[in-house]
Design a protein around this ligand. Structure first.
Ligand code: ATP
Length: 369
């Protein structure tokens, strides 16, 4: 299981405090607060229009907040009295389209922001490298992203994944305090993404920078980030480790947004809940009275199936099963008519029509109904 990055001992690199931003009547971001530590990767995850990109733009300095503040390395870069433009925030940016300069080769792209005289908002140098230092720094960045021999290639000669790594190398070259990535995988082939996530994580960890990336893809957030901030309607509803977000969601919305979820009615009883699947333990402090009506959230992999005992009066039925090789997803109709989904190993392959009993393997999360 994942755990939150241990950033308690060092001060955070990036602090967003109570950031709010509206466009006319549209509240894009509302009182967003979070911190990112050195070497930590934080995902801003949420559905389209929830305010992820605006949050990133507020951090970068491409938007000015209506209220709130941003600190980078303990210095305020924006609040109601202070404004530092993007190029003076020590932030590296990886734009969604990567935005490599087509007429410059890979080495020149990476070198672009390193020496004085070059001016572009995402490559302006905060750590100036003397011209004699530039080639070594470029080579160091190429090695970091695993493209040692690519310095003379041009952007049109790169695959999508290679272009992404060059953009990352370019953003990291001037030693930013933090790097911001806007939907870094959205331009890449679906099949490549899983591999590239691991590569990207390894590069960011090796660079030991703070990183914030925006995504609407839950797998991307859970697999790449140390902590995930789930946004909805401009607000951060929960921020926590991938494991917390997935197994201990604080709201029903998060529970359903970050993974497949079975929602099962129940009634609180003796620290757990009585449900159609029997007595289920709950993963919460039982502050409420027995008898409270609840919705229990159970992930498909928290359920198992057994063949129903012969003569059992009420049975559940398999209504569909999808076989994926490494696992199968089996949909079951319960005697009440409610349906649940179980994600199971494939040692037993379940077929529609089989009569089964559904077993709950873990504690459930519950929300008052
Ligand atoms: P997506 O995943 O679709 O990119 P998002 O979560 O990044 O969405 P934002 O782009 O931050 O969401 O937008 C949040 C809200 O603010 C949306 O309702 C959007 O239409 C609105 N918005 C964003 N930028 C502007 C702008 N410049 N002018 C007016 N409205 C804007």
């Amino acid at each position: 299981m994942n755990s939150a990055a241990d950033n308690t001992s060092t001060p955070p690199v990036l602090v967003a405090h109570d950031l709010s931003k509206s466009f006319g009547d549209t509240v894009a971001v509302s009182n967003a607060s979070f911190e990112v530590g050195r070497g930590e990767i934080v995902a801003l995850l949420g559905p389209s229009g929830c305010g992820k990109t605006t949050t990133l733009r507020l951090l970068a300095g491409f938007e000015r907040p209506d209220s709130g503040s941003v600190q980078i390395n303990a210095e305020t870069v924006v609040n109601d009295q202070t404004w530092r433009p993007p190029e003076r925030r020590r932030i590296g940016i990886v734009p969604q389209e990567f935005a490599l300069f087509p007429h410059l080769n890979v080495g020149e792209n990476i070198a672009f922001g390193l020496s004085s005289g070059h001016r572009a908002w995402w490559t302006r140098p905060w750590r100036r490298f003397g011209s004699s230092e530039v080639p070594a720094r470029v080579q160091e960045m190429l090695s970091l992203v695993g493209l040692d021999d690519f310095a003379r290639r041009f952007p049109h000669e790169l695959s999508g994944g290679e272009a992404q790594r060059v953009a990352l190398a370019r953003s990291l070259a001037p030693q930013p305090a933090a790097v911001l990535l806007d939907e870094p995988f959205s331009n890449l082939d679906q099949n490549l993404r899983a591999n590239l996530r691991l590569t990207m994580r390894a590069i960011l960890k090796a660079a030991d920078t703070a990183a914030v990336f925006v995504t609407h893809d839950r797998e991307e957030a859970l697999s790449l980030a140390d902590r995930v901030a789930v946004m909805r309607d401009g607000q951060i509803e929960q921020i926590g480790s991938p494991d917390d977000i997935y197994y201990r969601p604080q709201t029903r919305f998060i529970g359903s947004f970050v993974g497949d979820a079975n929602i099962l009615p129940g009634r609180r009883s003796r620290g757990g809940a009585d449900t159609e699947l029997g007595y289920v333990l709950l993963d919460d402090a039982p502050s409420a009275q027995d008898g409270e009506s609840l919705d229990l959230l159970l992930r498909p992999e928290q359920l198992a199936l057994k063949l129903a005992d012969p003569g059992q009066p009420e049975v559940a039925n398999v209504i569909s099963s999808e076989y994926y090789g490494h696992d199968q997803v089996v949909r079951v109709r319960l005697p009440s008519g409610a349906e649940v989904e179980a994600r199971l190993r494939t040692d037993v392959v379940w077929q529609p029509g089989e009569t089964v009993q559904v077993v709950v393997l873990d504690e459930a999360v519950a929300f008052p109904r």
